[in-house]
Design a protein around this ligand. Structure first.
Ligand SMILES: *Cc1c(COP(=O)(O)O)cnc(C)c1O
Length: 431
């Protein structure tokens, strides 16, 4: 299995090269040359398999023996060591709780797989690796946690100052060690731009061994396909008809991973791409025009992305056809006000506590199911406690921190930066 660039101007590379490079040199994104279909026997026995067992079968073809099976199995058991339960909210509507990992958001899955895969390959080589990551909040926390104390790897996290929650900032800035947090005076898009520029800079490429941990990295994306299969495995026979996945989206990594799962043979009937005011992709699905714009701040801040990177992967999967894409995916976009109302109403009616991101997905699901048949599954991408200020206002009670997450009183350590690439570059060269 090789990985090609969506821009098609470079030779396909191995799994190892794809995850170390992060981005191909022609500024496209890597995609697997072939998306294999899993055998019928896998789907017949899927309900009897554990999450790591499903994970191994789904990920194995993409790693193509570059990590031997026995080690890959162990690695995946370590990555998927927390549950991803499918919880019934009401008849025909389920929440896939992706937030039971150490930083309480789905990004733990991809970040842990990337960290452990890179570490598998660097273990033998005495080469130091620098991981750059731009974050609107959750990526930074998950990457910091997933890479903390991983030998031979330094991590540099860029986040927009004042635009991440206190909890997220604490998770990114208090670990220290091999984790450095840069507080950028700008937006998430500015952070992402700095990272992209660094990867295209000849001098940096020559001096440093750089890789990315954003959702553009294949090793972040692939394991995210796993939980679509696991959700399916948890559905009753009766509910396995016309399964609709609703995905609260920002950079569209989760949605792209769902499309890969569908291509592997998982019978997903339809996808919903749900956004906040950053509605670039829903607009494209409605009118066929992809017009990136500056991001705007919302209460579902992990989805504040105006120019979603994984859109090119979505296009690639549908061979550039708007018609094909809009037959498979419907777009929905919501205001903060309706997000707040939904958190309040769903709690009042069902007792289920949504976080602002899940609430965006939930609205899309309810709106879609109002005029379409099917079993609905919303990806609940973060624990409500991560956004407790918003959530507690709506439900009128405190949300408790799960017991496996320690609250730390460690000191915040971050370095302040402008959006000027020259400053960032000299910082990297001085490291
Ligand atoms: C990152 C994130 C999203 C967006 O996921 P993408 O894969 O970038 O679309 C949604 N919700 C939460 C809580 C997130 O952290």
């Amino acid at each position: 299995m090789k990985y090609y660039s969506t821009n098609g101007k470079v030779e396909p590379v191995s799994f190892k090269e794809a995850i170390f490079k992060g981005l191909p040199d022609d500024n496209g994104l890597f995609m697997p040359e072939m998306i294999p279909t899993l055998p019928p026997s896998f789907f017949e026995e899927i309900s009897t398999l554990s999450l790591p067992e499903i994970g191994f079968e789904v990920i194995k073809p993409f790693v193509n023996g570059e990590i031997p099976d026995s080690e890959l199995k162990e690695l995946i058991e370590d990555v998927l060591s927390f549950d991803i339960p499918l919880v019934k909210v009401k008849n025909g509507v389920y929440s896939l709780e992706l937030f039971h990992g150490p930083t309480l958001a789905f990004k733990d899955v991809g970040a842990r797989f990337l960290a452990r895969s890179l570490s598998y390959f660097t273990r033998k080589e005495e080469k130091k690796l620098t991981v750059l990551v731009a974050t609107s909040g959750d990526t930074g926390s998950a990457v910091a946690n997933g890479f903390y104390n991983v030998p031979n790897i330094d991590v540099i996290i860029l986040y927009p100052t004042g635009k991440v929650s206190a909890f997220q900032e604490q998770q990114m800035t208090t670990l220290g060690g091999n984790i450095t947090a840069l507080e950028v005076d700008g937006t998430f898009d500015d952070c992402q731009k700095l990272v992209k520029e660094a990867f295209l800079d000849e001098e940096l490429k020559a001096e440093l061994n750089l890789t990315s941990a954003n959702s553009i990295n294949m090793a972040r994306l692939l394991p995210q396909s796993v939980y679509y299969f696991y959700a399916w495995a948890q559905l009753s026979q009766e509910d396995k008809k016309k399964v609709v996945f609703s995905i609260p989206s920002g950079n569209y990594g989760n949605l792209s991973a769902g499309l890969i799962a569908q291509k592997m043979g998982l019978p997903i009937h339809h996808f919903l791409a749900c956004s906040n005011a950053n509605d670039t992709v829903p607009l494209y699905l409605w009118n066929g025009r992809f017009q990136p714009k500056p991001s705007v701040a919302t209460i579902s801040n992990a989805m504040d992305v105006g120019n979603p990177s994984n859109f090119v992967r979505m296009l690639d999967i549908f061979d550039g056809s708007h018609l094909e894409m809009s037959n498979t995916i419907s777009g929905y976009a919501y205001t903060d006000e309706s997000t707040r109302n939904t958190i309040q109403k769903v709690y009042a009616l069902t007792g289920y506590i949504l976080d602002p991101h899940g609430a965006v997905g939930y609205m899309g699901l309810i709106d879609h199911l109002a005029s379409n048949e099917g079993t609905g599954i919303v990806l609940e991408t973060a624990h409500p406690v991560k956004f407790n200020q918003t959530v507690e206002q709506e439900i009128g009670m405190r949300v408790a921190l799960p017991s496996h997450v320690e609250s730390t009183n460690l000191e915040k350590k971050s370095v302040s930066f402008s959006t000027d690439f020259a400053d960032f570059k000299s910082f990297l060269l001085d490291e």
